[in-house]
Design a protein around this ligand. Structure first.
Ligand code: FMN
Length: 386
């Protein structure tokens, strides 16, 4: 009997350790007791830890078909101990490329390439979501038609995009859904819709990029319409528990100008996202035009806290976090998971380094978007003999 009680107590403590923090009242910053290295489990996610690799474009799909390569598979597999990997953005249609040599997710060859990546990460016990994106006016190929909500270039001297027709808007929403289905068919655990950082969906949200006078422009509801049509389109094709979204409520760059409606619009969006049973909401932390490291960190944390109160599901925050600041944010219930960008470029074994307090390697920005293995797959795991 005594042994039975002890077993029951152990089982209960393991289960409570794996449960997510979403049950807390929103805005309640009472200590959760969870750490970065605790597992995370909800109906939609089952992760070994709360360390997330942030999406990062690395421009290594350097072939005509924008097909993910074996080198990319090696890169992601090296980072499989992350609780969750979110891939670089994968482009949903031929006119959606904003950088050279970034991968697509609309041809059979691309799907086959991504399959190898998902397989390799899964073989090593990892979980992986694909970020899916359309870059809109952030074009790279002036040969193809550049589309955007309105005919406003993203910077001076850039090609003036064509304002999308309503037919085109519906078409692109459908392309997002097909891309999501392709990603799931390729074995991905889910997709993250890229609605951040000044790309197509983010362009619809911003007054500075969207001056439409139809139902896709003007009011907060209208500017958010495309985002929700994309979500509804996905809902017809994939299980929404495998769908996530990334937004950047504090973006003030890339031709997107912060205005008096930026925060109310994002509050409206985040509240409505509760109606979809999403895998998670990921905030792209931005502190554009804010000077000073401390000030930037405080800004990112304020934004993270602010939006936490409106969202009931799994919440990922980002930008400039260290092991200590991420741990504090999770303990205080500000986030469920924290994503790391720069640190994942140069520390493939980031989780092990956090766990053992091993030193971190700095990344070299010159090779972020270079060619080949240099600055990509040649950052070693930490060797204790160092
Ligand atoms: C080289 C590089 C490429 C990036 N590409 C993407 C991308 O494809 N999609 C995206 O949402 N964010 C992208 N980001 C932003 C990161 O996801 C992250 O928000 C940013 O690096 C801040 O987090 P950190 O301070 O932990 O690095 C990129 C960042 C870097 C450094």
């Amino acid at each position: 009997m005594q042994r039975l009680i002890i077993l029951l107590l152990i089982t209960l403590s393991v289960v409570s350790c794996k449960q997510n923090t979403n049950k807390q009242e929103n805005g309640d910053e009472a200590e959760t007791g969870y750490t970065l290295l605790n597992a995370y489990k909800t109906n939609n996610l089952d992760l070994n830890n709360r360390v997330v690799m942030a999406p990062m474009t690395r421009c290594r799909a350097d072939n005509e078909g924008h097909v993910p390569t074996d080198l990319m598979a090696e890169y992601y597999a090296q980072r499989a101990s992350a609780g969750l990997i979110i891939t670089e953005m994968a482009i949903i249609a031929p006119n959606g490329y904003g950088f050279p040599d970034i991968p697509g997710i609309y041809t059979n060859e691309q799907i086959e390439g991504w399959k190898k990546i998902a397989d390799k990460v899964h073989e090593k016990g990892g979980k992986i979501f694909m970020q899916i994106a359309h870059n809109g006016r952030r074009y790279v190929d002036p040969e193809s038609e550049i589309i955007a909500p309105s005919a406003i270039p993203f910077k001076e001297g850039a090609v003036v995009p064509k304002a999308m027709s309503k037919v085109q808007i519906g078409q692109v929403a459908g392309e997002f859904a097909t891309a999501a289905k392709n990603a799931i068919n390729a074995g991905f655990d889910g997709v993250e819709i890229h609605a951040a950082n000044g790309y197509l969906i983010s362009q619809f949200l911003a007054k500075s990029a969207n001056i439409r006078t139809d139902e896709y422009g003007g009011s907060i509801e209208n500017r958010s319409r495309f985002l929700f049509e994309v979500l509804d389109s996905l809902a017809n094709k994939v299980d929404m528990s495998k769908v996530a979204i990334r937004i950047s409520p504090s973006l003030n760059e890339s031709g997107i100008v912060d205005d008096e409606e930026t925060q109310p619009l994002h509050e409206y969006v985040v509240k409505r996202l509760n109606d979809y049973n999403l895998a998670y909401l990921h905030i792209s932390g931005r502190a554009d035009k804010i000077k000073g490291e401390k000030e930037q960190a405080a800004h990112v944390l304020n934004i993270a806290k602010h939006y936490r109160q409106f969202y009931k599901g799994t919440y990922i925050i980002n930008k400039g976090f260290t092991k200590e600041t991420a741990e504090a944010a999770i303990k205080e219930g500000i986030a469920d998971l924290v994503s790391f960008g720069h640190l994942y470029v140069s520390n493939p074994d980031l989780v092990e380094r956090f766990r053992n307090n091993y030193p971190l390697t700095e990344s070299n920005p010159k090779t972020f978007m270079a060619k080949g293995a240099e600055g990509y797959t040649d950052y070693p795991s930490y060797q204790k003999t160092n």
